[in-house]
Design a protein around this ligand. Structure first.
Ligand SMILES: Cc1cc2nc3c(=O)[nH]c(=O)nc-3n(C[C@H](O)[C@H](O)[C@H](O)COP(=O)(O)OP(=O)(O)OC[C@H]3O[C@@H](n4cnc5c(N)ncnc54)[C@H](O)[C@@H]3O)c2cc1C
Length: 296
């Protein structure tokens, strides 16, 4: 454990990951580390290789299901001030990867910069949103990748690179950035009247409130929509709304949400996911793919 002394950031041992996931599920991380800056991350990557400690990066944990047994190795969260910087130059916004999306949106609105309103109400950090290419499918498909000019990343060897948009592949709830540690981004927005921005944000938030169950812990949509349409609709047609496994329950409002309705374990969620996959496959011959990331 002498390597801890070479770090400037914070480190906790056996930190319950249920405290760091939107699902409120997950066993302890052997090492939960909040590096001070890129120098610390480089050190951690070197140590993780040398000591064969698995290395995970967590944002706000809003798209994660973490094993009840927890995680052996390092779980790294970019929450130090270095990773929470926001600034603007004309219509470009610099957003470090640890900043929360709601902070980014408030910053843009205050400066009359439009384009990111569709992200309103999506929990998570800028880094997590870029890794997942977070966005909406209605009323029109928009995702954070549409706004990107450039992203600064670190590879697993500790080299820092600035990737232009043309060097990055953004797909439906995935991006080629997830192979890197995302450090910061430059997003392109457009000048607009503050009130118009506010109106757009409100309308996205209202749509979200009317369609999603937000009062109980969840990880948002569990499955990706298949090519043929909505995963939630298929799950609903299988009569799965309200179905339970232990403390996990399929939302009655949005069938693609699984809720932690009290003391749910990761194994409950996985059991429910398996029975949904089986039912949808048997009924429609469609195989649902998880949208959430599962750390076992
Ligand atoms: C109620 C609710 C509603 C939601 N609605 C939506 C929605 O409408 N649209 C949508 O797209 N998503 C939605 N989500 C899912 C989630 O909010 C997004 O995927 C979000 O972008 C995840 O960000 P995060 O910081 O929480 O990432 P995490 O959940 O912490 O991590 C997700 C993945 O990103 C990786 N990652 C995180 N940070 C970095 C980094 N700096 N560098 C490299 N990899 C990184 C992690 O390793 C992991 O693989 C919803 C979730 C909830 C709980």
């Amino acid at each position: 454990m002498s390597w801890r002394k070479s770090l400037k950031g914070r480190i906790s041992l056996n930190e319950p990951l249920s405290k760091h996931t939107a699902f409120k599920i997950g066993g302890p991380a052997e090492f939960f580390i909040e590096p001070e800056g890129p120098g610390d991350i480089k050190t951690l990557l070197r140590i993780s290789k040398k000591k064969r400690l698995p290395f995970f990066i967590i944002g706000a944990g809003s798209n994660l299901l973490v094993s009840d047994k927890g995680i052996k190795g390092m779980v790294v969260r970019l929450s130090a001030p270095y990773f929470r910087k926001l600034s603007r130059e004309n219509e470009s916004v610099y957003a470090a990867s640890g900043i929360m999306l709601n902070k980014l949106l408030a910053f843009a609105k205050e400066r009359g910069l439009s384009g990111a309103e569709f992200l309103a109400g999506i929990p998570g950090t800028v880094g997590g949103a870029l890794a997942m290419n977070a966005g909406v499918t209605r009323p029109a498909a928009r995702s954070i990748g549409d706004l990107v000019k450039e992203v600064k990343v670190m590879d697993r060897e500790g080299n820092i690179k600035a990737l232009k948009k043309k060097d990055i592949k953004f797909g439906y709830r995935e991006s080629s950035l997830s192979e890197y540690l995302i450090l910061s981004s430059v997003l392109i927005l457009k000048k607009q009247d503050k009130r118009k921005i506010e109106e757009k944000m409100r309308s996205y938030l209202e749509r979200r409130k009317s369609t999603q169950e937000l009062m109980k812990p969840s990880a948002g949509c569990i499955f990706k929509n298949p090519r043929s349409g909505s995963a939630g609709r298929l799950i609903d047609l299988c009569g799965m709304k309200g179905k339970r496994a232990g403390g996990a329950q399929v939302s009655r409002k949005h069938a693609n949400f699984i809720l932690n309705s009290g003391r749910a374990k990761a194994k409950d969620v996985l059991k429910l996911m398996d029975s949904i996959i089986e039912k949808v496959e048997a009924e429609f011959n469609i195989h649902l793919e998880p949208e959430i990331k599962i750390w076992r």
